[in-house]
Write a protein that binds this ligand. Structure first.
Ligand code: ADP
Ligand code: MG
Length: 391
């Protein structure tokens, strides 16, 4: 998707005030009625309506008249809120080129004042086409409050928390810098995903190292669950960095062994195919590098400390409830490995959040506007929990 940050420069304080008002309204409304936006924003002389038009022009909002006249944030609008907040905090000063696009994220370079380049990951849960996420939606249909906005925020928070905790325990991960809404800022990894690498100087060493990471993760109580050539970066010195953590689970998860074995199998398969490492089962070609298939680690034999990273995770503010909410969503998609699948078409024309709660006027009245007024600031965290019932 396009992220024209130049627009940021043209947006005034009032523009952000109204954008934030829509974000707040979305806590209780799929579509936020214009009058409510106006009341939360509190601009004088009908100023809100002019601003709304401006925000629409830049596609930061989506205008919906299907049930009543109202607005909702687009992904771009949500991006801008996060970017503005992080820029205000002094985390970075400008956004550069896009360096990655995942099924449920966009990665950009961002620059700090002193020229340091960092990576910005914008989570986009629910971006994939309706068909692609239908199984997840079905899974969630009868569960309480979810929205893509909320889930994307949780995915970012979880990723940030795990990255920090893993770093504390000397795992090779990017340095977690900051996090706001659906956006994670981390150090830029020099190198490329393993999937792009055709040759290695020491394939066996790298192989052993990578398998070692999976094992050590389990010893620390965690399974990556999407550990494959797309989520392992390698640089010219053949240094490994693992990325992409929103789907990690604990070793006490009921399917832990299956996820562990799958991560291990992905690595075996990739190295077998790409670098001709052979295992005992297909050892006929003498020129191949041999690795003992019996060295395949067994989940059962690993001494696992399910609480090893708990302290760090708790310190990050990622609560058990949030963990549960996110897990319910992600597990719907965990059954198949996400990255290695063929990409499904993405829903480009409408980068908005999917949710279907109708806001009623009564609800609107019950909104505690005064409290909202107080909380209003660029730093506000929108905890949007909308109902995700099918229409
Ligand atoms: P997704 O969850 O969508 O798969 P990832 O975190 O795997 O997102 O990132 C997608 C791609 O973006 C990666 O394959 C990699 O090429 C690039 N990328 C992600 N994080 C970084 C980083 N910190 N530094 C450099 N490139 C990155
Ligand atoms: Mg990935």
């Amino acid at each position: 998707m396009k992220l024209d940050v130049n627009v940021l420069r043209y947006l005034s304080k009032d523009d952000f005030r109204v954008l934030t008002a829509v974000e707040m309204g979305m806590r209780n409304h799929e579509i936020v009625p214009s009058e409510l936006v106006d009341r939360i924003a509190g601009l004088k002389h009908g100023g809100t309506y002019k601003v709304l038009k401006n925000l629409l022009k830049y596609k930061l909002l989506h205008h919906d008249r299907s049930k009543y006249d109202g607005f909702r944030l687009t992904y771009l609008g949500y991006d801008f809120l996060a970017i503005k907040t992080l820029v205000n905090r002094g985390v970075f000063t400008g956004v550069g080129r896009q360096i990655g696009v995942g099924k449920e994220s966009d990665i950009f370079e961002v620059a700090q004042e002193d020229g340091t380049i960092l990576a910005m990951k914008l989570h986009r849960l629910g971006r994939t086409s309706f068909r692609a996420v239908k199984s997840k939606r079905d899974y969630l249909r009868h569960r309480s409050s979810f929205s893509w906005l909320y889930l994307s925020r949780l995915a970012a928070l979880k990723e940030f928390a795990f990255m920090k905790a893993l770093e504390e325990h000397d795992f090779p991960v990017p340095k977690a810098i900051d996090c706001n809404r659906h956006c994670v800022i981390m150090s830029l990894v020099q190198g490329y995903p393993m999937v792009q690498v055709k040759q290695l100087q020491n394939p066996e060493t790298i192989f052993e190292k990578i398998i070692g990471i999976v094992v050590r993760l389990a010893e620390h109580g965690l399974i990556h669950c999407d550990f494959n050539e797309f989520n392992i970066m390698i640089d010219d010195e053949e240094k490994i960095t693992m990325i992409d953590f929103p789907q990690m689970v604990s070793v006490s998860h009921q399917n832990a062994q299956m996820y562990f074995d799958r991560d291990i199998e992905c690595i075996f398969k990739f190295f077998r195919k790409r670098f001709n490492i052979s295992f005992q089962e297909d050892r006929d070609d003498e020129t191949e590098v041999e690795v003992d298939e019996n060295s395949r680690p067994s989940f059962y034999d690993i001494t696992k400390d399910a609480n090893a990273l708990d302290r760090e995770l708790e310190a990050s503010g990622f609560t058990k409830k949030e963990q549960n909410d996110l897990d319910k969503f992600i597990e719907g998609g965990l059954e198949k490995s996400t990255d290695s699948d063929e990409d499904e078409e993405s829903d480009d024309e409408e980068q908005t959040f999917v949710s279907n709660e109708e806001g009623s006027l009564n609800e609107m009245e019950s909104l505690q506007l005064q409290e909202e007024e107080q909380k209003r600031s660029d730093e506000v965290e929108a905890e949007v929990e909308l109902d995700d019932n099918e229409k």
